[in-house]
Design a protein around this ligand. Structure first.
Ligand SMILES: C[S@@+](CC[C@H](N)C(=O)[O-])C[C@H]1O[C@@H](n2cnc3c(N)ncnc32)[C@H](O)[C@@H]1O
Length: 244
């Protein structure tokens, strides 16, 4: 796995974070060392898929990057009548995702698309996964997307929404940020790397509070919204569409 050293030397402070070739080439290492619990979350996405994915429906992995969630879903499908649609608008990510899917021998079909998730029709979906993707969508487009996802889900279908959140109490936010930076240091990132990555992500990754997520999911139509994972400010919610 190529090591993420992208922010280890001084960079131009005006350079914004992008999912380009450089990031894609070290993304596996970057996300594993930056998202506490990432490997466990992938495993749990498989557990969720085994419960919610239904035969003859589709599962969507929106913002699929290298296809890690796609593969976890694929290996948990009830049978190969389920199709997975994996979407990302970064050509560098999609090229690698394609080869990762190609190298995997599970028979369930996966369609890998290089497109903006705002353009993708969501139809006959039993499971949709947004694993740390919504935070990169312009805030005023987030509800539009969630409403489309809700409308595309079959009754009883589910959305997994994982996000880096912000806490509404500044003192709690400060505590969890401090602990998160300790985690990153333990993962081998220097203070320079932590500071430069944080500044590159400003206004690119725009976090919401848990309350904002809950209210927005409710407006989009989701019935039950259950937090199933939290480590520091990284959270994941399971939002379901009521059975008819
Ligand atoms: C943090 S990564 C997601 C990680 C991935 N879901 C996983 O489980 O490993 C966010 C991804 O969303 C993609 N992305 C961001 N905005 C997008 C958009 N509007 N349409 C499609 N993909 C998008 C980025 O290219 C990036 O690969």
């Amino acid at each position: 796995m190529a090591k993420d050293t992208l922010y280890s030397t001084p960079r131009n402070p005006s350079d914004r974070f992008k999912f380009d070739e450089q990031v894609a080439s070290v993304f596996n290492d970057m996300i594993n060392r930056s998202v506490p619990g990432y490997t466990m979350m992938l495993e749990m996405i498989g557990i969720i898929a085994s419960e919610y994915a239904r035969p003859e429906t589709r599962c969507y992995d929106l913002g699929c990057s290298l296809g890690a969630s796609t593969l976890s879903i694929r290996h948990s499908l009830p049978d190969k009548s389920c199709t997975i649609i994996a979407v990302d608008n970064s050509p560098a990510m999609i090229a690698r995702c394609d080869s990762n899917i190609e190298a995997d021998d599970h028979p369930a079909p996966v369609h890998v698309c290089c497109d903006d998730i705002m353009n993708i029709p969501i139809e006959n979906a039993s499971l949709v996964v947004l694993n740390f993707t919504l935070q990169f969508i312009t805030p005023d487009q987030r509800e539009v997307l969630l409403t489309r996802i809700y409308e595309g889900l079959v009754p009883g279908g589910a959305l997994v929404l994982s996000e880096k959140c912000i806490l509404s109490k500044p003192e709690e936010q400060a505590t969890l940020t401090r602990l998160y930076h300790d985690f990153k240091r333990r993962q081998g990132y220097s203070d320079l790397e932590i500071a430069q990555k944080r500044s590159a992500l400003e206004n690119v990754l725009v976090p919401d509070t848990l309350e904002t997520h809950r209210q927005r999911l409710g407006r989009a139509g989701f019935g039950q919204v259950t937090p199933w994972f939290q480590c520091f400010t990284f959270m994941s919610l399971l939002a379901t569409k009521n059975d008819e």
